[in-house]
Design a binder for this molecule. Structure first.
Ligand SMILES: Cc1cc2nc3c(=O)[nH]c(=O)nc-3n(C[C@H](O)[C@H](O)[C@H](O)COP(=O)(O)O)c2cc1C
Length: 359
């Protein structure tokens, strides 16, 4: 009943993709559990070194024989003035003092090499390659496709979806404004590109001829059925899996997710320099009021890393990046397999009910 053009293409049973979540929540166990349960598990690999990326892919392969995806951030050329960096360093020192860590640390590991990461994906012949923040070169997309890897891009407005289709991707994630984590916006400005999933999906579906994956605020069978009704071929769910048993999210992060509400999140540049939706914290409140210029991504991301790490160690959520979408009240601490099964069960019941109503 829930077979679509995309489930056939991806060779998965259910039209559910577990969102790639760079930074820890998407453990190999979570990815494998989702793939084994009939969805598509995805590794958020943006922050992984090529070596760790390779060993993580191999680990996933030991845990599942089913298809899975690997996701990267398309790099954007960025520079930041020394003055902006120095001012932000001074501002951040206040948090370092409070957390008892060294002031003025050197800025390290700003970003991994996208080219090297891509090389690993090519060598490992991953089943699915997804990306966000832009469009990789045609060479990369073609090399992936040539070896049988299915390529999926991310759009937040129709024009981005059209450009992704032109670039040759196989499917598009339509990321609505409800979505947790970083905004994938790469053409317009992030404020204007905050289109809700309900409005975005059908408009993209009408303008492209490849499968569209609805993403943002989808937490259960109701969201899945609604997305398919809008013309999507699958859903990509992130927040729904954040507090699940296999999620690698910090315990304090999981607890905050389970007690947060639909109005607990904000779109902020505070932690990383790039717009992302997360639970409001003391840090987002204060840095969003920062009178100077917040350094661009990934510089701000590297600059706040020591603070986020120290906060996590101290179990202090106020300085941790708690990425999450607006569907928060529907998050559970079940296992990932149960979340998939319940989503599918609820979808079946819902459709049966709807069909009865129309009799
Ligand atoms: C903790 C977290 C990390 C994320 N990391 C990534 C990522 O690395 N790559 C990516 O394409 N999307 C990432 N996203 C966005 C998801 O792909 C997806 O758009 C979002 O989770 C959908 O909204 P939902 O959280 O309401 O389900 C992340 C989302 C969350 C919540």
């Amino acid at each position: 009943m829930f077979e679509t053009d995309l489930t056939r293409r991806l060779n998965i049973r259910y039209p559910i993709i577990q969102a790639p979540m760079a930074g820890g929540p998407a453990t190999t166990k979570l990815i494998a559990e989702v793939s084994n349960a009939g969805g598509l598990g995805s590794l958020g690999a943006a922050y992984l070194t090529p070596e760790i990326l390779r060993s993580t892919i191999q680990e996933i392969r030991q845990l599942t024989e089913q298809p899975f995806g690997v996701n990267l951030f398309v790099p954007v050329e960025t520079t930041e003035s020394q003055a902006t960096i120095e001012k932000m360093t001074t501002c951040l020192n206040k948090y370092r003092i409070e957390l008892g860590i060294k002031e003025n640390p050197p800025i390290e590991n700003v970003s991994e090499s996208f080219e090297e990461q891509v090389q690993v994906l090519l060598e490992e012949k991953v089943p699915v390659f997804s990306f966000t923040f832009g469009i990789p070169s045609k060479d990369v997309i073609q090399a992936m496709k040539k070896q049988g890897t299915i390529v999926i891009g991310t759009a937040t407005i129709v024009e981005e979806a059209k450009q992704l289709e032109l670039a040759g991707v196989d499917a598009i994630v339509a990321q609505g404004s409800e979505a947790g984590g970083h905004r994938g916006t790469f053409l317009g400005n992030t404020t204007d590109s905050l289109i809700g999933t309900m409005a975005l999906v059908p408009q993209i579906v009408d303008q492209v001829s490849i499968p569209v994956i609805a993403s943002g605020g989808i937490m259960d069978g109701r969201g899945l059925v609604a997305s398919l009704a809008l013309g999507a071929s699958a859903v990509q769910m992130g927040t729904a899996f954040l507090a699940c048993i296999e999620s690698g999210a910090h315990n304090v992060y999981k607890k905050t997710i389970l007690s947060a509400n639909e109005d607990s999140t904000v779109v902020t540049r505070a932690y990383s320099g790039r717009a992302a939706r997360g639970i409001q914290t003391k840090f987002t409140k204060e840095i969003d009021q920062y009178p100077g210029v917040i350094p661009v991504f990934p510089i701000q991301n590297a600059m706040t890393r020591d603070i986020r790490k120290a906060a996590a160690k101290a179990n202090n959520p106020e300085y941790m990046s708690l990425w999450a979408g607006q569907g928060l009240r529907l998050a559970t601490d079940h296992s990932a397999g149960t979340i998939i099964q319940q989503t599918m069960y609820q979808s079946h019941i819902l459709l049966e009910k709807m069909i009865k109503v129309s009799d």
